[in-house]
Design a binder for this molecule. Structure first.
Ligand SMILES: NC(=O)c1ccc[n+]([C@@H]2O[C@H](COP(=O)([O-])OP(=O)(O)OC[C@H]3O[C@@H](n4cnc5c(N)ncnc54)[C@H](O)[C@@H]3O)[C@@H](O)[C@H]2O)c1
Length: 347
């Protein structure tokens, strides 16, 4: 078969395939083509389309590597307008921080869903950060107080930065940012990176409690395996983005918070298996029946009630539709601009 594929004369579809060279996107291409405000719009639409049955996505598959303190995930999805399918291959290795390399890295492959022709391969690391931040902002837009002022961040790593940038793009009422992270290096790098977009002083809290007390929005972005935030520290009507727990065994919130809040998930199956609710569900401390709805259903107004004044938790596990919708958008925008890097896999 490879002889036929490699022989131009013997492979009748070769010319056709050559017209569909695979485009390559680096992290700096993505930075240029995918500003956070556009990511928020793309992700909101992706969640909505998913709730309306306009995309297909099995739960992500985990390849656990406890001997290396990490894991890989394979995340496939298909979207129907335009018809694209794709997969993200992504890891989570929290101890990479000590090695001076990112804890989360990813690659994305995009195909035409009708013909299966490969269309693009792109860096998925920045894409993951952007689409995760954007999902947090979509949740804040639909679930937090319109005039939310105080944003509290537990964890000051990559996700904290992208959550903050994205949330600031949907809530210009925010005038106080507090942050808690035992790692001073993370705090310093967060402050330096955010200085480009946020000029006010950031309040560095000494404890998680000091950070979240009185906050309108709380965002947790740590790889923690036990609760960090307690219910009694939180004000009524707070909105929480629980971002860090995205694999079995991870947890950042006191289960009491879940039992007294309206819990919105990105995906019911994934959240139950690997989201913030995974441990409380396994221990019988929270019933999956208490999930109020998915974020897509909230956007589609299927939940029917205003959630602005309630205590709400958005349990984010990260969906393949976020990645593939982002990748498809970046590819379409780049094609309009022209001058794309390509690679001919069939030569
Ligand atoms: N939901 C999603 O879609 C999604 C997407 C990407 C990553 N994640 C998850 O988010 C988490 C964070 O990812 P990241 O890329 O920001 O990692 P990161 O390593 O860049 O940052 C994590 C930060 O959390 C801090 N931390 C650890 N324990 C803490 C504690 N008890 N209190 C306060 N801070 C603490 C660390 O010091 C570090 O600064 C990981 O668990 C990752 O798997 C989720």
């Amino acid at each position: 078969l490879s002889k036929i594929l490699l022989d131009p004369a013997g492979f009748p579809f070769r010319d056709w395939i050559m017209k569909h060279a695979v485009h390559l996107f680096s992290s700096s291409d993505i930075q240029e083509l995918y500003p956070i405000s556009e990511a928020v719009r793309v992700i909101e639409k992706a969640f909505l389309h998913h709730a309306l049955g306009k995309s297909r996505m099995p739960s992500k598959i985990y390849l656990d590597l406890p001997e290396y303190g990490g894991d890989f995930r394979a995340m496939p999805a298909a979207l129907f307008s335009p018809p694209v399918a794709g997969i993200k291959w992504v890891n989570s290795h929290p101890s990479n921080r000590k090695r001076g390399i990112p804890t989360v890295m990813a690659m994305v492959i995009v195909n035409d869903a009708k013909t299966a022709l490969p269309l693009a391969i792109m860096d998925g690391t920045l894409l993951t950060n952007l689409r995760t931040g954007a999902a947090g902002a979509v949740a804040v837009k639909h679930l937090s107080r319109r005039k939310a002022k105080r944003l509290a961040l537990i964890g000051a790593g990559a996700q904290a930065l992208f959550q903050t940038r994205a949330i600031l793009s949907v809530r210009d009422s925010i005038d106080e940012i507090r942050i808690y992270d035992p790692l001073q290096k993370s705090i310093r790098s967060f402050e330096a990176s955010l200085a480009e977009t946020y000029t006010k002083a950031i309040r560095v809290a000494k404890t998680a409690r000091q950070c979240v007390e009185g906050a309108d929005i709380v965002v947790t972005t740590t790889p923690s395996r036990k609760p960090i935030v307690k219910r009694e520290w939180l004000a009524d009507g707070v909105h929480i983005n629980a971002i860090g727990a995205d694999a079995p065994g991870k947890q950042e919130l006191d289960p009491e918070i879940l039992n007294h809040a309206t819990v919105i998930v990105d995906d019911r199956d994934q959240a139950t298996h690997s989201g913030e609710i995974n441990i409380p569900v396994n221990r019988g401390q929270f019933s999956p029946k208490k999930i109020a709805s998915t974020l897509g259903e909230v956007i589609a107004k299927k939940s029917g009630k205003s959630l602005e004044t309630r205590t709400t938790v958005f349990d984010s596990t990260g969906l393949a539709i976020q990645d593939i919708a982002s990748a498809a958008y970046i590819l379409a925008k780049a094609k309009k601009r022209g001058d794309l890097a390509t690679f001919d896999f069939f030569s």
